[in-house]
Design a protein around this ligand. Structure first.
Ligand code: SAH
Length: 363
């Protein structure tokens, strides 16, 4: 069944039985909670340091927090209520978690290791309503939005996979779902990660990828943050984009680009355009020329993503020479382009694939 609870939220009955995650409270709220329980307000900072800096796995590890407070925390809050159903580790150091949420839904998140970077990729929805034809995440439609706590739990769990001395350097909101369709949960989560008393991750190290919802892009720009925006274009003309990214038929490329221009004007951040390369579909030199013409007058960067195979779908990535040719056309127009490196190839690391396999097995 593809029923979506009212407002795309976690069903109310379930909310009533789960204890809130303690990190859903910001510093002010946690301080107020401390005071309400008869504890000094400053304990809130100490608790948050254990969560965000010292990677506590449970409340009892917080040994310099008085036992009485730990007891109160234990009885009123949770830390990691989701169930880790799968933990895959790739030969290249990429790790992926499949988490089962309180209502039996699944979400995925990934940690990628490069020499000096530790990038995490998180999800914002269970499923997706955008219906991009090459993407595993949307094959089963949208179930619901993730809550702020569910988004933060992914980050904190991935953080705990890191060894001493390693730390998260970058965060990409490129997992399952359309992040701008769930700004309500995402923005508070990013605020927490961004804060000094939180993870202290600079906004410029955070990238939000969107299918291109113009009004939501402007809403994001107006937050006054320096988040990076990545727009999933995937086609240089509306006929092709309508086919690959069905929501385009109500929006159109011009409107997407205008909103991205506004994002750049307001934040000063160069926008990245993502372009999944599908052999024989959108990878011809002519497509690269059309794309170049669209982007030529803009401060833009193109990130080419060779199609990551999904067994249910027939699309495949072009050959390396064909990909190089595409890059060369863009560069001949002066448009910087990079080809995304594949991480975790041996573990289905592209988002949506584990969840899809899991859901199909349970049908
Ligand atoms: N809803 C957001 C986030 C999607 S995931 C968005 O549309 O941007 C991040 C990127 O991976 C998007 O550009 C998405 O189109 C792309 N993607 C999805 N499935 C893919 C696949 N099988 N192979 C390569 N890229 C894919």
């Amino acid at each position: 069944m593809n029923e979506i609870p009212a407002g795309n939220e976690i069903p109310v009955g379930i909310v009533a039985v789960i204890k809130p995650r303690v990190y859903e409270l910001d510093l002010a709220a946690l301080s107020a909670w401390c005071v309400s329980q008869g504890f000094p307000a400053y304990r809130a900072e100490q608790i948050r340091r254990w969560i965000f800096g010292r990677r506590a796995a449970n409340f009892s590890e917080m040994h310099d927090v008085p036992a009485l407070i730990r007891l109160a925390l234990e009885s009123q809050f949770s830390l990691f209520p989701s169930k880790e159903t799968q933990h895959q580790v790739s030969r290249d150091g990429t790790e992926k978690l499949l988490l089962e949420l309180a209502d039996g839904q699944f979400t995925e998140c990934v940690l990628m290791r490069e020499t000096d970077r530790r990038t995490i990729c998180i999800s914002t929805q269970v499923g997706c309503a955008m219906g991009c034809v090459f993407c595993a995440s949307g094959l089963l439609g949208l179930k619901r939005n993730l809550t702020t706590g569910e988004i933060l739990e992914q980050v904190l769990r991935l953080d705990r996979l890191l060894k001493k001395g390693e730390q998260i350097t970058n965060l990409v909101v490129m997992g399952i779902g359309e992040p701008l369709a769930n700004l309500k949960s995402l923005v508070p989560a990013l605020d927490t990660l961004n804060e000094k008393g939180g993870l202290g991750l600079g906004a410029r190290r955070i990238t939000i990828s969107t299918v291109g919802l113009p009004e939501k892009i402007r809403e994001l720009a107006k937050l006054g943050k320096q988040y990076n925006l990545a727009v999933s274009l995937h086609a240089p003309n509306d006929v092709l984009r309508d086919r690959l990214v069905p929501v385009n038929d109500k929006i159109g490329i011009d409107a997407v680009l205008e909103a991205a221009d506004d994002y750049f004007a307001i934040t000063g951040r160069r926008v990245t355009y993502e372009y999944v390369l599908l052999s024989g579909v959108n990878d011809a030199p002519e497509h690269a020329r059309q794309l170049s013409k669209r982007l030529q007058s803009r401060v833009a960067h193109v990130n080419l993503i060779p199609m990551n195979g999904v067994s249910e779908l027939e699309f495949v990535a072009p050959t390396a020479p064909r990909t190089d040719e595409f890059v060369q056309v863009l560069e001949s127009f002066g448009i910087p382009a990079t080809v995304r490196k594949r991480k975790g190839a041996d573990i289905d690391a592209a988002c949506g694939q584990l969840r899809l396999a899991r859901e199909k097995n349970s049908v």
